[in-house]
Ligand binder design. Structure first.
Ligand SMILES: *[C@@H]1O[C@H](CO)[C@@H](O)[C@H](O)[C@H]1NC(C)=O
Length: 303
């Protein structure tokens, strides 16, 4: 009857030597190489220690009912201003005749997917509107990995080459980050949770410039990216402004935690250690088997 090999195990041959002998220094040296070299290779290979992570989330964004609509006319000293802040409006009641807002929720959850704004402006007949700036106040919240609550803005601008009778604007709300979010677990980032549209009463000069200046100083902002905008021409008197802003999923960049970095770095390091361990073991076996260094060989049956 033939026999089949079912299992095998090695006999352990031990090599012994004195403290600080050549053989010991050799063993120490190879062990250190086995630990350090994989680390150097993994580190030099880039992407070992992550400094950046990102994920996608649809924010909870709502219109705060703070707004400023400024129409420049051919008379630069007399812009038309419509706002929820009445002290800013010059003849507001006369010119800003209608304002409507609609927020539409997404199908699957309770977040806003679309914001629609509609303004009807009746400028004085002797003036031509040349450009429009619309600033909308938003309450913006991230809830998943990096909780954040801020009061941000959506700004829409448009210059008119010829006198307009209306504007149809379509755009996407985007998150603009100057740097990564610090992303601290279980703590909501409220650094920018102050509204920029709390107007100083009586100050009506350069309102837009002042708002934009302080907004530009922030490291996290929201902006509106134009999808399409179209002005209709005509001297009909009333100007019909329609603005539609979508709230898409956004990519959020953040600094990963140390634990997250380790989780990523550990397997890279370990996979190299295994390879080096195998190679170094071969070298050691060769050195000791061939008696290249002084060491006593202890056979298992001689113990
Ligand atoms: C942020 O500000 C809003 C409005 O001022 C407030 O209702 C909200 O509670 C604030 N959020 C946090 C987390 O403090």
């Amino acid at each position: 009857m033939a026999l089949y090999k079912l299992f095998s195990c090695n006999l352990e041959v031990t090599y012994k030597s004195y403290f600080l002998s050549k053989a010991m220094i050799f063993t120490l040296f190879t062990t250190i190489i086995n630990i350090i070299l994989p680390f150097i290779i993994a580190y030099r290979g880039r992407g070992f220690w992550l400094k950046s992570e990102s994920y996608f989330e649809r924010p909870a964004a709502h219109f705060t009912y703070d707004y400023l609509l400024l129409l420049e006319t051919d008379d630069p000293s007399q812009p038309i201003i419509c706002s929820n802040e009445e002290s800013l409006q010059n003849h507001g009641e006369e010119y800003c005749t209608e304002f409507e807002v609609k927020e539409t929720y997404c199908k699957d959850n309770s977040k806003t997917c679309m914001m629609d704004f509609k303004f009807i402006i009746n400028p004085p007949l002797d003036r031509t509107v040349t450009s429009v700036v619309l600033i909308l106040g938003l309450d913006f919240q991230l809830k998943a990995t990096c909780p954040l609550h801020m009061q941000s803005l959506a700004v829409v601008t448009k210059d008119f080459a010829v006198p307009p009778s209306g504007l149809k604007y379509y755009g996407d709300l985007l998150l603009q980050q100057v740097e990564h979010l610090p992303c601290i677990k279980y703590s909501v980032d409220t650094k920018y949770n102050q509204s920029l549209l709390n107007f100083n009463k009586g100050v009506t000069d350069n309102v837009v410039d002042n708002i934009m200046k302080s907004y530009f100083e922030r490291t996290v902002t929201t902006q509106v990216k134009t999808f399409n905008s179209r002005a209709t021409n005509g001297h009909t008197g009333a100007i019909d402004i329609e603005v539609h802003i979508r709230v898409p999923e956004m990519e959020i960049l953040y600094i990963p935690s140390v634990l997250q970095e380790l989780k990523w770095a550990w397997p890279q390091y370990l996979s190299l250690v295994v390879v080096f361990y195998w190679i170094i073991n071969r070298i050691k076996r060769f050195v000791f088997n061939n008696r290249l260094l002084m060491a006593w060989e202890v056979m298992p049956w001689k113990k």
